[in-house]
Design a protein around this ligand. Structure first.
Ligand code: 4GX
Length: 258
């Protein structure tokens, strides 16, 4: 999988792509990332990339020509590359979209700064617009990193080889169950006994129940989309009928107390 990133701030991308899992994925040749400075495609001697908005108003707008030329340069070697613009006006990014994008061979991420890009570049060159959430960043760079990270971990070999099977729809539609590691007694708080029992069936049943409980308490909206079995629905009814459920989740309790 090839990722090209068009940006005015190439240095922002150095450490996130050099560390840990993504760094190793690049070393192994599973993903290729090119950081392209849009300024290199400006035609004038001062390499100007922004200008004041027509009609007046605050701030600056990114000029069309340098962006257009940088995209055309990439497309001249691969016409099939897909151009993605990061913007709060885009489609809200989720796991399903990460999965869909992971099946493509070549993505171009256009990172906007200032008040955004000239609308005509959008019309002529952008295939897809993505938002990573309803808040405003200083530029599209961090959003591009988020999307690339979410896509990359889905590619074969990037995580452990046996991880791909549990990446299917089912496991993505519920929140994760709680995890514990040593010591058994952490400041007086103990690991749930079932996890020490060695009873694998009991452990997986406990984990499924905790996942259902946590999803119901924190993100009940996710349950509507989740593919639940008859047994899951039975457990869920039990959880919903138990008035101690909401108190058992420490973080949900803190959030609700404001
Ligand atoms: N999810 N930003 C884009 C420039 C801009 C300004 C106005 C269009 C109109 C963001 C997000 C995000 C900040 C990237 C503003 N573009 N990107 N940039 N949320 O906040 O993706």
């Amino acid at each position: 999988m090839r990722f090209d990133i068009l940006t005015l701030f190439p240095k922002m991308f150095s450490s996130p792509f050099e560390e840990s899992i993504l760094g190793r994925a690049i070393e192994k040749g599973l993903i290729q990332i090119r950081i392209i400075n849009i300024r290199d495609f400006a035609l004038d001697k001062h390499q100007v990339v922004d200008d004041t908005p027509y009609g007046g108003g605050q701030g600056m707008v990114m000029k069309g020509e340098p962006i257009a030329r940088s995209i055309e340069w990439i497309k001249s070697e691969d016409p099939s590359a897909r151009v993605i613009y990061l913007t709060p006006q885009g489609r809200p990014f989720d796991q399903e979209q990460a999965q869909a994008l992971a099946s493509r061979a070549h993505l171009i991420f256009l990172c906007g700064r200032y008040e955004g890009i000239d609308e005509r570049v959008r019309d002529l060159f952008v295939d897809e617009e993505i938002s990573i959430g309803d808040y405003v960043l200083t530029g599209g760079e961090l959003a591009a990193m988020v999307v690339i990270d979410a896509i990359s971990r889905l590619l074969p070999g990037v995580l452990g080889s046996d991880r791909s099977a549990i990446e299917d729809s089912f496991f993505n539609s519920l929140l994760e169950y709680p995890q514990y590691t040593r010591p058994y007694d952490f400041r007086g708080s103990l690991v749930p006994e079932v996890l020490l029992s060695g009873n694998h069936l009991a452990i997986s049943q406990w984990r499924q129940r905790e996942a259902l409980k946590r999803t119901w308490v924190r993100r009940p909206d996710l349950l509507a989309k989740a593919p639940l079995s008859e047994e899951d629905r039975r457990i869920l009814k039990e959880i919903q009928g138990d008035k101690s459920t909401k108190d058992c989740d420490c973080l949900a309790r803190r959030n609700n107390e404001g």
